[in-house]
Write a protein that binds this ligand. Structure first.
Ligand SMILES: O=P(O)(O)OC[C@H](O)CO
Length: 477
């Protein structure tokens, strides 16, 4: 009886699957989440929309699977925070989403500490991470209740416990990366010294039990969504890397038990904590990927994401896009950067703009791949890819062309919940290794580079100049 209900609570939706070790994924249920985009860089979600989506998707998946469930696993967005009343579980604010840029002022105030913060946490002082958002929320919204990432709130609703996991905590700027414990000095620095913080659990730990999905089941396998995908794609050895193409694109590479501090402007986090070990990963982000595609859709340039492949021409005819629709992350760290299109003429058509967006995403991921290689001290030889936009052959081919490495497409649409489910299985059976719980997989498609190395290099150089210009415009320091 080891079927697992695994829930991926993400930015644009919640997906629940029931995965059976023999039969694979036997049920899937999805619920859409609609974040609100506010002027000034605010991005919010209604906490009840998150909770209801978890409960509804979970219940629908359990009902469709029609079998005993051994545990529920939960992957979360990582850096999205809210304030809530620990006595009642009532939210006191909206959820402030990881894409929200409003905490930039908090980071600016702490600029002189940026280096020591980076050394302690492995992260860059940027509003992307949880602590600046928590501080901003405390100053601007409420001083009541507790302020935590969304996983803690959701798990509290499920189990009554007050807990997060080591990978999520490592996305906060409040965790000492070497000891994987809250760092009181960092808490003071962000003005959060008096906050009640959740206990940090391992990812393969049973943290409580819930009846929220009908049957009583243990809750185990808490992890950040990106790290969960890293697990599912079998990136268990140092040097292996994956990129998830979701709301944003997130490139993560396993660095083993060494919490290597990036010298290339990337960030380092806990990959997972399991079997008493804490492997780490370096990561880089493209903040807007499906969000950029949705923008194309909102503008009427495409009807749906599935239109893109038929529409795009072989060449963007010199149109170049830096898809910095919500600022630029690693290695530029320019939260106020905005997207750019250059190289347009009167002959430019919508299909050139669409291809330029796809190539811009691929170029940014390729840039991150080069930086990961720098930190690892060896080139990436392949990239494992998952997420909804791996369905776009145009995007994946652009990725192989521009990065000049083969791209292996993960065969399942649910890497994130599958990774969380593997950790939950380890929690139920400590004799099971993570490698055994994950199992093997073969790519459905392998995209080989078709561009020459010279063409790719020329494109990357031109694109990098455009990105630098965007970052410079966004740098108001
Ligand atoms: O919700 P997703 O799948 O776009 O992922 C969110 C990221 O983990 C944010 O860091």
């Amino acid at each position: 009886m080891t079927a697992i209900l695994a829930i991926d609570q993400g930015t644009s939706g919640t997906k629940a699957i029931v995965v059976d070790p023999e039969e694979g994924t036997v049920a899937i249920a999805e619920e859409t989440i609609r974040p609100t985009y506010l002027p000034g860089g605010g991005v919010e979600q209604n906490p009840y929309e998150l909770l209801d989506s978890v409960l509804n998707a979970g219940r629908r998946a359990v009902s469709a699977a029609d079998r005993p469930i051994a545990a529920v696993a939960l992957a979360n967005q990582g850096e999205t925070v809210l304030a809530w009343d620990p006595a009642t579980g009532t939210p006191l604010t909206q959820a402030i989403v990881w894409q929200d840029r409003r905490a930039e002022s908090v980071c600016t105030e702490l600029t002189e500490h940026a280096q020591s913060i980076a050394q302690r946490t492995g992260l860059v002082l940027d509003p992307y991470f949880s602590a600046p958002k928590m501080a901003w929320l405390r100053r601007n919204l409420t001083r009541d209740g507790v302020v935590t990432t969304t996983d803690t709130w959701l798990v509290h609703h499920l189990t009554g416990e007050f807990v997060t996991d080591a990978s999520t905590a490592s996305r906060s700027l409040l965790l000492d990366l070497d000891t994987a414990a809250w760092d009181p000095q960092l808490l003071d620095l962000f003005g959060l010294g008096t906050e009640r913080l959740p206990r940090i659990a391992a990812c393969d730990e049973i943290v409580g039990t819930t009846r929220a999905f009908g049957q009583e089941m243990p809750v185990a396998g808490l992890i950040v969504d990106q790290q969960a995908a890293l697990v599912a794609e079998g990136c268990l050895e140092p040097g292996t890397a994956k990129c998830t193409y979701g709301t944003g694109a997130f490139l993560l590479a396993n660095t083993g038990l060494n919490p290597v501090r990036s010298s290339a402007g990337l960030t380092t986090s806990v990959a997972w904590q399991a079997a008493g070990q804490t492997p780490y990963c370096v990561d880089g982000q493209v903040y807007t990927v499906a969000s950029a595609v949705r923008w194309l859709q909102d503008l009427g340039l495409i009807q749906a994401a599935t239109d893109m492949d038929a529409l795009v021409p072989a060449d963007a005819e010199g149109v170049l896009c830096v898809p910095a629709f919500a600022g630029l992350a690693a290695p530029w760290w320019a939260p106020e950067a905005t997207a750019s299109f250059t190289g347009m003429t009167l002959a430019t058509r919508r299909e050139h703009l669409v291809l330029a967006v796809l190539q811009g995403i691929a170029a940014q991921v390729a840039e991150l791949g080069a930086l990961v290689a720098h930190d690892l001290g060896r080139p990436l030889t392949r990239l494992r890819a998952d997420g909804g936009l791996t369905n776009s052959a145009a995007l994946m081919q652009a990725q192989a062309d521009i990065a000049q490495i083969p791209v292996d497409i993960y065969p399942y649409a649910h890497a994130t919940p599958l990774g969380a489910a593997a950790l939950a299985r380890c929690a139920l059976d400590p004799a099971l290794s993570l490698k055994e719980a994950v199992g093997d997989w073969q790519p459905t498609t392998v995209y080989e580079p078709r561009w020459s190395a010279d063409r790719a290099e020329e494109f990357r150089t031109t694109w990098a100049q455009a990105a630098k210009a965007c970052a410079a415009k966004g740098d108001h320091s």
